[in-house]
Design a protein around this ligand. Sequence first.
Ligand SMILES: Cc1ncc(COP(=O)(O)O)c(C=O)c1O
Length: 408
Amino acid sequence: MTLDVARIRKDFPVLQREIDGKPLVYLDSANTSQKPQVVIDAMTSFMETAYAPINRSAYQLAAEATDLYEGARTKVARFINSTKSNEIIFTKNATEALNLVIMSWGRANLHPGDVVLLTHLEHHANIVPWHMLVAERGIKLRWVPLTADGQLELTNLDSLLNGVKVFAFTAMSNVLGTITPVVQLCAAAHKAGALTIVDACQSVPHLLTDVRAWGADFIAFSSHKMCGPSGVGVLWGRESLLDELPPFLGGGNMISDVRLDGFIPAELPAKFEAGTPPITEVIGLGAAIDYLERIGMHNVRQHELQLSTYVLNTLTQRFGDDITIYGPSNSEQRSATFSFSFRGIHPHDLSQVLDQHNVCIRAGHHCAKPLMRVLGTNATARASFYLYNTEADADALANALDSASDIF
Ligand SMILES: Cc1ncc(COP(=O)(O)O)c(C=O)c1O
């Protein structure tokens, strides 16, 4: 193993927990990740010693809080290799970040008949806002289909991009684990004159992110999937594009002036951070980034690569045709998130039986109903691994699956 996972596990208090004398096997990190002590401590310490409003008050405590909040913005910028911290906008979550850019950019730039390109891999957060613009603006949606093993079918990408205004796609599927070729997709979109919005919600916690190398225009992700707290998400955009966008939410903090007959928005990033932000959570995200950087995103990826190969081998060797694992069969092309069906047992039943062994997985449509329809199913079981998971967790999953067959 590339990582000292035994040591890493000690950083996560909840992983020390036993239920009915059995250890917790947490395999739902694609949903939300667990939190290391350093993140919990950073948030507690801020609330105990330096909690104050940011940006508004002249006293020292508020200045300290503002420094911590803005310090986290600098950490996020560094983590994704953005040139400027004012390209980082804090939102409530990735969903709000996507809605911000889709609605703000879309309402200003899209007209009836304009085409937006999406893919069959998308999460509802990168589908539903577009459907709302279909109703509001009369735009049209076009879709990149999938290959049999759950990768994007890119043979006709250039013709799919023909006349497209914006190409919005995931960097990593939350259902199939598919890693998409972001650099290639951004380059093809730009060649066709389209902007790119990358849903990086699944990839940022697991892969090294380099927005400059990607060539993307906007990316969105959530803190809670990358060891940080819930309640904060990130929109990154190119400064020149963000400067042109109208504000999304109006209120305090996002203005430079307000009169009876109108308002003047603030400069970036305040323009998009209306109201009191999630101050403590942003500071927690900063601590999560410090933590992940200390471990090294390259090491996280190497660990998950080894683990993916182990999971794929274990489940296919042990269960053969009784298990269908959706998505790429090659670990290099996928994350350690596995959607599967097993011996015809309904995923919800499966997850309940697994829960009796303290194995936590997710069952359902994973907020990707169009993809479920493409796969020809209503729901899958999904086991998702992260830096704190081990081969023993994969074995526990396999053992628990075996026991489910005894019941059904
Ligand atoms: C690929 C993808 N996009 C967007 C989201 C939405 O993230 P959030 O619920 O944190 O807004 C998720 C969450 O599962 C996701 O997996």
